[in-house]
Ligand binder design. Sequence first.
Ligand code: SER
Length: 892
Amino acid sequence: MLVMKTNEIRNKFLKFFEKKSHVIWPSDSLVPQNDPTLLFTGAGMNQFKDMFLGKGNLDFKKATTCQKCLRTGDIDNVGKTASHHTFFEMLGNFSFGDYFKTETIEWAWEFLTQELKIPEERLRVSVYKDDQESYEIWGKNIGVPPSKIYRYGEKDNFWPANAPLLGPNGPCGPCSEIFFDQGEKVGCGRKECEPACDCGRFVEIWNLVFTQYNRTEGGKLVPLPNRNVDTGMGLERMARVMQGVQTNFDIDIFSPIIKSLEEITQIKYSGKDGHAILMRRIADHLKACVFCISDGVLPGNEGRSYVERRLLRRAIRDGTQLGVKDCFLYKLVPIVSNVMQEYYPDIKQRRENIARIVKSEEEKFHETLELGTARLKELMDVLQRNKQKVLSGQEAFKLYDTYGFPMDMTELILEEKGFAVDKDGFENELKKQRLQARTSSQMTGQVFDTGPLSRIKDISKGTEFLGYQEDACEAKVIALIQGDTLVEAAVAGGEITVILDRTPFYGESGGQIGDTGVLESNGNQVRITDTKKNNDFILHVGKVTKGEIKTGEVIRAKIDIQRRNSIRRNHSATHVLHYVLRKVIGQHAEQSGSLVAPDRLRFDFHHFSGLTQEEITRIEDMANEIILTNVPVVVKELPIQEARNAGAMALFGEKYGELVRMAAIGDFSKELCGGTHVHYSGEIGLFRIIGESSVAAGIRRIEAMTGMAALNRDRDKERLINEMCNVLNTNEDKLIPKTQDLLSELKNLQKEVHKVKQKEISGKVDSFIEHAKEVSGVKIIARKLDEATADDLRKTADMLMKSAKEMAIILGAAQNGRVTIIAALSPNLVKCGLHAGNLSKEIAKVVGGGGGGRPEMAQAGGQWPEKLDEALSFATELLSKKIREGALLSSG
Ligand code: SER
């Protein structure tokens, strides 16, 4: 058999189907671009769901892709088996109502036997048990002997597996699978072994799905308007077959990662023992994370970010089990980038940045491990003290959940010290949390979204956006949505979402917020307060303010042009900022998110430390220079390759089609962008940075203003300075020295006041001690200090405390209509059971208040100053009583 590199297989596949007049379509991002119901893209067909349902508007019927996929369903098998992955690439060919079973099967066979030259006798196939048509195509057209065609049920030969019975709803259909036979020597060795056997002899290499049904509520299989094809070939598996190696981890795009791991760990990869499992898992998980980060997902605590954090942490932990003490994963990022760069140039371009993010997560996790270990030690001490042996499930879960401390580590450490953990209890807590997460998560994994929009897709392909050129236009009302329902009309006062056939309103996307404006017709009016985007539809959200609005009628749609102009300015300024940032602090400072609003812009970018004032000034200066140069801003559509050749920046995680929009600001910035822009850079006006902060590890944020907003902000600042000058009775030049003088004067005065107070307190202290009541050898002082603050009271109490061994002190003061009480006890009294917190609380009741604190010192407050004397007499009595009891106790 031929030996073929992974890149070669990928290219051959795409080219083969291109020759069969398929469009080579780019992979969707791992974050599904048009499907909020999915956590990650898990199959090639995800991005084509609307096409299968007859609602999509791509203008071709045959496509082929190499799709980046991430699935975590089989995560526990990763590393243990030869072929499980979280991240993998899936090759596929798709027909949207074009060819069906015959061509699919014939082309698949042709590709495998003629392009890849796999000997026919090494292949077996399976079909769905009731799919006679496919059975016959394999038998009659291709000539596969009946002994090598297997008929299986819904579990093996329906996609999604078991869909008729268990769902999910959405496109589905019978499938036919192709297997590579590794020969009798591999696996169970039984003569009658067949593809359904899980011994590993047969490698499933290609799944041909005939997507002809739409599963709806209750498991009904409704025939789709078109009969479609969705095939999926796991690239890594195919490479394993073509490279004649034992596992996917031995292929050319994995072995360099494993080799580097051998160097880092100084452990030989045997392919078999426990170490091999760990190494494979590290390689898999790291690759998944590199691709996630490149698609804009950063490690975090929710949704996708949490999945990524878990993957990274599992890999780090596996590293520690291999004896690696320091951060190591980040060192492997360039290796992943090297093996993947041919088809994924972005990964190469961003590898330093990705490595930094991985490293920062590693550092964080090491800290977590330290904290967790310390906490676990405390817990073991408690167990020891209570003579217990088993750590509760709740505590173990808390360690896992709050500290991010892995359960198997908890187990390991406990075991070493002779303890155990309640695993069932832990599992229960875990289950509870999962249930909660599932119910609170929006991402249900439904194969497609339901609701009014899905019905609108039946009648319209989408809204035409005219807003690049027009501020207003005539448009037809396609649909009206109120709440979750499609309605025919809405009258004044009604909140409504309007869908038009065309519109000048920009739907929120790419960081730019939605337009506002009005829809009008013959005295009727809808005020639009926000505009959103959903797939190809633009949703105008607002309220009917006059008359009514009806489906089918023609209205005039007009945006708030002043507001849009401000947005334009901020959007173009964002591009200028992006360009300048990379010049000033380095090429790594790529955009990771943005918000373009009328009054300001927010720009998040990759960088690891805060910007200095000097850097901020340079950025601001350079941006303003580009603005003042007043270069034209040219926005045009062009093929993606041309845009890339021109050096246009693409964004992390964004997926682009063949034709892209590029915004060029003179010869400075070039970016792929769907937003709205000014015509000349000068229109941006003044550019001011108003804030710089941290958003997450490795991500910084700049907030800025442009145009009139920046001018107004500067004017406000000027006004503030003028007011300060008025208040301080000075002028701008002298504002700082005058303020400094005042501050030092204030400081001197404070010192003076302090001295006087100290003197006064010392005088009082002497007199208090002289007149103190004494009970059982304890001096009791319950006195009032006029006009004293809590701090004065505390200081007095401290000074008093030093004057005798056994003391109980209650000091009270009334100031501004409120009472403050301080209670202090010498250590011996505390030992005898007296508690300053409890005493102050009881005493404060007399002045209508409460309080509490530590046993030796506490503070309380109240609202009846007139009762302070009464409270102090009560305090004396209370203390005397308690001290007597305490004395009895300690002597008894
Ligand atoms: N959707 C099918 C799969 O994921 C074929 O592409 O296996």
